[in-house]
Ligand binder design. Sequence first.
Ligand SMILES: [Zn+2]
Length: 187
Amino acid sequence: MSEDAAQDLEAQTSKSPENHKRKDYLHWDDYFMATSLLSAKRSKDPVTQVGACIVDSQNRIVAIGYNGFPRNCSDDVFPWSKAPKRSKKDDLLEDKKMYVVHAEANAILNTKGMSLSGTRLYTTLFPCNECAKLIIQVGISQVLYLSDKYAHKPKYLASKRMLDAVGVEYKRHIPLKKTITIDFEED
Ligand SMILES: [Zn+2]
């Protein structure tokens, strides 16, 4: 092969996208938030589906979780309804709040007690005060969230008060990709 032909061939192959790093790969934060969104899809809650994902400093997923009833508390027996305000005791016992384990709590519990010091938690909804307590106690150092739609409610104000007091960082994740399609039939 002449020198010119060799150079042409080299130019052709270097232009081919198959010889280069893909440009549209998923970035870590989008990947972990997408994992949280995907696990939210496991939730049976008819109104609110939340997913969470805990990641270590090496970008390894250590646990995921979504909101649901405790293990062996049947999704078909326990109530998915919300009791009206100022309800009587019997109505309150039919409120899902009494029974649901939040996504963040499930993710933490799914680590089966491993050290979570310095990990990050990705969640589709800002953590409530009860989850913030757990986040702090297990040593999670950063929370990334998609939505903070209940920011004005006391539970969420209390959550921020605790996270601020101990220096757990939190920030809204702005996705680089608006949508990610998962097609089971793609080659
Ligand atoms: Zn919570």
